[in-house]
Design a protein around this ligand. Structure first.
Ligand code: C2E
Ligand code: MG
Ligand code: MG
Ligand code: MG
Length: 276
């Protein structure tokens, strides 16, 4: 495209690219420091049943950078995947979340499950099953209290390896959820092949499920698919009562979203569980 642009424009183009590359490099090294010095922290968003009672929490990583302010995981997770920090980052979140869930158990909330997001690259780079086993042992958390959220991308990678890892996790007793379900490009055949327990309806469909357009049709199809396959189904990103009403009518009984609760710092969980 450079040929089509005038000389001045081309120069502008390269300069802004350089600025972008510089920003990225700065963010990259700040993230490296943050991961190494554990400047990251974890917040927890409740998942609730049809009566609004929590049955679990999703662990979501947060980064308050001295240099960049609060940076969204939508921005730094992809960066961590590219620069090789995702392994260390995930170990931190997994450890923190399992330690926390062990505390909930000790406080009499043995039914609560903590969910941790696992990037596709973790399946390639690490012995994920061994890692999870070690973290659970260290935290003293039963596998049944842990859920791993994977995306459809995981299921499109090295199928044999992924299947072996997921089967090992399943045999341990860890729950497997497919996150952002319906947004990937993988074949539905994997739902039979992989040991999956839960589908999470992507927020983009839930957002439109009360608007009588494609969002409703897709949400209905996912809920019914989950039920026919004996999977549990969680609607993510529920913000409105009208969405909840539609989801209820469709037979979806598990929810996550701002309508119920936002992600919260660990200090607020005890009060939340006490009904405060
Ligand atoms: P996700 O796993 O699908 O997590 C749900 C995201 O939607 C979270 O954003 C959550 O705060 C947000 N959310 C929940 N309910 C609502 C709602 O009602 N309305 C709206 N507008 N948003 C809602 P967050 O924490 O910014 O995370 C974004 C994504 O970053 C996550 O999507 C996940 O893919 C990734 N992520 C976050 N933490 C981790 C982590 O520890 N490891 C990995 N690998 N990825 C993570
Ligand atoms: Mg998730
Ligand atoms: Mg999700
Ligand atoms: Mg999502």
């Amino acid at each position: 495209h450079a040929k089509k642009l005038g000389k001045g424009q081309f120069q502008f183009y390269t300069e802004s690219l350089n600025a972008e590359a510089r920003d990225r490099l700065a963010l990259d090294s700040a993230l490296r420091r943050a991961v190494e010095q554990e400047e990251l922290h974890v917040v927890y968003q409740p998942k609730v049943d049809a009566r609004g009672r929590p049955f679990g929490f999703e662990a979501l990583v947060r980064w308050e950078s001295a240099e960049f302010g609060s940076v969204s995981p939508v921005r730094f997770i992809p960066l961590a995947e590219e620069n090789g920090l995702i392994g260390q980052l995930t170990v931190f979140v997994l450890r923190t979340a399992c330690r926390e869930a062990a505390r909930w158990r000790a406080a009499g909330h043995g039914h609560l499950r903590v969910a941790v997001n696992i990037s596709p690259s973790l399946f390639r780079e690490k012995d994920l099953a061994a890692l999870v086993r070690a973290v659970l042992a260290e935290a003293g958390l039963p596998p049944e209290n842990l859920e791993l959220e994977i995306t459809e991308g995981v299921l499109m990678g090295d199928v044999q390896r992924t299947l072996a890892v997921l089967n090992e996790l399943k045999a341990m007793g860890v729950y497997i959820a497919v996150d952002d379900f319906g947004t990937g490009y993988s074949s539905l055949a994997y739902l039979k092949r992989f040991p999956i327990d839960i589908l999470k309806v992507d927020r983009s469909f839930v957002l439109e499920c009360d608007q009588g357009n494609g969002g409703l049709a897709i949400t209905r199809a996912i809920v019914s698919l989950a039920h026919s396959l004996n999977l549990r189904v969680v609607a993510e990103g529920v913000e409105q009562q009208t969405q909840l009403a539609v989801l209820n009518a469709l037979g979806c009984q598990e929810f996550q979203g701002y309508y119920f609760a936002r992600p919260m710092p660990v200090e607020q969980i005890a009060a939340y569980l006490a009904g405060g």
